[in-house]
Design a protein around this ligand. Structure first.
Ligand code: CTP
Ligand code: ZN
Length: 155
């Protein structure tokens, strides 16, 4: 590395305590925040970097959430759109835990069923529920499938 290269590539600061979601598929950081329910009005301290250089593989997004440790189960739902993401728990500037994300078997209250007649779209207090299959997401209420562009169906 040439002198100064470290500073030139450090887009967002290191954090003291919290969660770093790294290696997010380039361009998906905002969808990741939506899925985690921390977009919009929030009191979290967030840093977001999009389309940053990532080794030889190209580009990635990074999300840093200060003073909050996300549990793996909370973060796993992002595996739908960012299957290579890693969750790093930071304490006193050190990475104390690093885990990949695993796609859950059932995804609840994340994606909206595209079938207007689906009971999960009625005014009933029913959360959407999809079974994750190799060919896509299968609605557990009406049998419809979402086979592409899952991000556009996020609630
Ligand atoms: N990080 C941070 N604040 C810290 C420590 C780490 O924001 N106090 C970030 C790093 O910038 C990086 C991620 O957390 O984006 C993981 O850190 P680290 O494991 O040190 O980096 P790498 O070894 O490059 O991670 P990987 O092997 O997962 O690519
Ligand atoms: Zn449905």
């Amino acid at each position: 590395m040439t002198p100064g290269a470290q500073n030139r590539t450090l887009l967002v600061s290191q954090i003291k305590d919290g969660t770093v979601i790294d290696h997010i598929t380039a361009g998906e950081a905002l969808n990741v925040l939506t899925i985690l329910g921390i977009a919009g009005t929030t009191t979290e301290s967030l840093s977001i970097a999009t389309n940053v250089a990532s080794g030889r593989e190209g580009r990635k997004d990074i999300v840093k959430i200060e003073r909050r440790e996300l549990r793996k189960e909370e973060v796993d739902r992002i595996a739908l759109i960012a299957p290579h993401a890693t969750i790093n728990i930071i304490r006193d500037y050190e990475v104390v835990e690093k885990k990949g994300v695993t796609i859950p078997r059932v995804i609840r209250a994340v994606v909206k069923c595209p079938n207007p007649g689906c009971i999960s779209n009625a005014s009933e207090p029913i959360e959407s529920a999809f079974e994750v299959l190799p060919k896509g997401l299968h609605c557990l209420y009406c049998d419809w499938m979402i086979t592409k562009d899952i991000a556009s169906h996020i609630i």
